[in-house]
Write a protein that binds this ligand. Structure first.
Ligand SMILES: *[C@@H]1O[C@H](CO)[C@@H](O)[C@H](O)[C@H]1NC(C)=O
Ligand SMILES: *[C@@H]1O[C@H](CO)[C@@H](O)[C@H](O)[C@H]1NC(C)=O
Ligand SMILES: *[C@@H]1O[C@H](CO)[C@@H](O)[C@H](O)[C@H]1NC(C)=O
Length: 274
């Protein structure tokens, strides 16, 4: 795999009014992180968030986000894994800054949803990791992903996204010159209905996806695979996995498209075995 390909693994794929590009093609303009977010304050953690990292000659490189769903399983996007060598992939939990050591586990294998079609549907994967994480309720915990009853999350629901994004200067430099955003970013906005999302230019959105948007904020490259969560009466609940958006992140008119976790909760559950 070429260096520029690798650098682009985490790029949120592109759709809607700017036309569709493959997720691994360079885009003309790539903002550097969650747009419109803020640093997680010192001392605070988002304990279900992990950084997916790829081992290169230049060291470990963050390329996608993911969430802890069991001590030995990570939920992420299919486009964060497809074609990658699992033995070079690891996850780091328990960190706020990418420069922190945290708790690193090797990816043993990944399972991509069999119906995955890039920019169309089922953009999710479950990673099996070793050693299992030590869940301790404060810096490392699992997030609830199972659907609660028949709840299909509609529009207008407050949701929160976290991620490190990947800093991708254009044109692509050598790895040593890449500066990563260090501190985990957090941003809140609202879901919109799928009809609204299609009307806003994301024409191919289906019920297997959920959209969110807010003024001048949004997911961006390197946030892919990361968790969108909502507050439910039983605590935090993961509703989405960052899938794709427009080239220019955080435009008011442009929604972000997420894999709708509730659609896939039984498939995810089946990946927990063994
Ligand atoms: C995957 O990476 C490992 C370790 O770097 C290497 O030994 C192996 O040959 C690679 N496999 C493939 C299919 O590239
Ligand atoms: C939770 O676990 C992590 C990794 O094992 C450790 O660094 C951290 O200090 C633990 N936190 C508490 C409060 O035990
Ligand atoms: C975490 O909290 C839950 C619920 O309060 C408790 O059942 C569990 O034992 C705690 N786990 C650890 C490792 O502290």
């Amino acid at each position: 795999m070429g260096l520029s390909e690798l650098l682009l693994i985490g790029v949120i794929t592109v759709g809607g009014v700017f036309g569709r590009l493959n997720s691994r093609q360079p885009s003309g303009y790539t903002p550097h992180r969650i747009v419109g977010g803020a640093d997680i304050p010192p001392g605070e953690h988002v304990p279900y968030q992990v950084s997916l990292q790829y081992r290169t000659r230049g060291g470990q490189m963050h390329f996608c986000g993911g969430s802890i769903i069991a001590d030995n399983r990570i939920l992420t996007a299919a486009h964060c894994c497809q074609g990658l060598n699992a033995s070079r992939m690891s996850v780091v939990a328990g960190i706020r800054g990418l420069n922190e050591q945290g708790s690193r586990s090797q990816v043993l294998s990944y399972s991509i949803h069999p119906k995955y079609k890039e920019l169309v549907t089922s953009d999710l994967a479950v990673l099996s990791i070793k050693p299992p994480l030590k869940l301790n309720n404060s810096t490392i915990t699992a997030i609830e992903y199972r659907s609660q009853g028949k709840d299909f999350v509609g529009g207008g629901v407050p949701v929160t996204l976290t991620g490190w994004g990947l800093r991708l200067p254009v044109p692509f430099p050598f790895l040593e010159n890449v500066n990563y955003p260090n501190v985990l970013q957090r941003m809140s906005y609202h879901t919109i209905s799928n009809t609204e999302c299609r009307n806003a230019g994301m024409e191919s959105v289906t019920d297997t996806e959920i959209c969110a948007r807010g003024p001048f904020r949004g997911a961006c490259s390197g946030d892919s695979g990361g968790p969108l969560v909502m507050q439910s009466k039983n605590g935090l609940h993961q509703v989405g996995i960052v899938s794709y958006g427009l080239v220019v992140c955080g435009l008011y008119i442009s929604p972000d498209v997420y894999t709708r976790v509730s659609t896939f909760s039984s498939w995810i559950g089946n990946q927990m075995e063994s």
